[in-house]
Ligand binder design. Structure first.
Ligand code: PAF
Length: 294
């Protein structure tokens, strides 16, 4: 089905807490369009729902805070759970089906069988600073995809480009397992000042929120400098990247990485490669990520 205009949705949103209920609700659906989330929904998620509604005959969202993708020192316990608000937003947006499994439904026993993504793609950038993160993501995403799409001829899953590396890792998994699923990436949604929308933005206090846009500004500047030095890539990159990280440090950030990569596989670029600039940095207690295709 080709993208079309959003249609009004007179049907109430159906909610499933088990895989069995989900499959009952999806009976008769030809091409589900699926948006997996961890909840605490913002306008970026809702744009994914809008996009999904143009791609399939029924839109499906999931809300599941996936323990497997959090390191022991990360915010799994404090990750905001905003069930009532999330349901209201999804209903208002015309989402057809919400899958909200309990942990015991997705992980009825310890999940000892896991999806190990290609380390060349998954152990760099986010994977370097959050070891095991993409194993946790791929494992839950594969389980969610199987829950939604089993028995369907074909479907579509929608992810935001804000998590650029995640989108690439999932595309590779879907391709290599020959899943009958198209993966659609949607452009990052931003606040008016340019900050990429993220559930974790709600951790920022007022001063941090005003400062937070500096990450995207630093990426933009790094992208401009990389393009200007394009004929000399990759020799100039380490200096440009170090300068960008220092700039953020001087403003009180703790950057993990700000780096220029080739879009195709996130490896170091050669002259002429299409580029993406990616960054992750901590502001106070909040770790933000962003990227720009330049
Ligand atoms: O991007 C996210 O919110 C999560 O990584 C995902 C894809 C829902 C898997 O838990």
């Amino acid at each position: 089905m080709s993208p079309g205009p959003l249609r009004p949705n007179p049907q109430p949103m159906l909610i499933a807490h088990t895989i069995e209920e989900l499959r009952l609700h999806l009976g008769g659906t030809l091409r589900p369009a699926f948006v997996p989330t961890m909840g605490h929904l913002h306008d970026g998620h809702l744009a994914l729902i809008d996009h999904a509604r143009t791609l399939g005959d029924r839109s499906v969202a999931s809300i599941f805070v996936n323990r497997l993708q959090f390191l022991p020192n990360e915010d799994f316990d404090s990750y905001p759970r905003t069930w009532e608000g999330d349901c209201a937003k999804l209903k208002a947006r015309g989402c057809d089906v919400l899958f909200a499994p309990r942990e015991s439904e997705l992980y009825p026993e310890a999940q000892t069988v896991k999806v190990q993504p290609d380390p060349v793609l998954a152990d760099i950038l986010e994977g370097q600073f959050r070891p095991g993160f993409f194993t946790g993501v791929c494992t839950v995403v594969l389980k969610l995809l199987m829950a939604v799409f089993a028995g369907k001829a074909r479907g579509v899953a929608v992810f935001g480009k804000k998590d650029y590396q995640q989108l690439m890792v999932i595309r590779q998994m879907v391709r290599q397992f020959a899943l009958p699923i198209d993966v659609s990436g949607l452009v990052t949604q931003r606040a008016p000042d340019g900050l990429a929308l993220s559930s974790r933005n709600s951790y920022l206090n007022e001063v941090e929120r005003a400062e937070a846009v500096q990450l995207s500004l630093a990426l933009r500047q790094l992208g401009r400098e990389a393009l200007a030095a394009a004929s000399a890539l990759p020799a100039h990159l380490p200096d440009l990247e170090a300068k960008a990280m220092d700039g953020l440090r001087q403003r009180g950030w703790q950057p993990d990485y700000l780096t220029v990569r080739r879009r195709q596989d996130l490896q170091s670029p050669q002259a002429g490669d299409p580029l993406v600039v990616l960054g992750a940095a901590r502001l106070g207690q909040t770790r933000l990520i962003d990227n720009l295709e330049v």
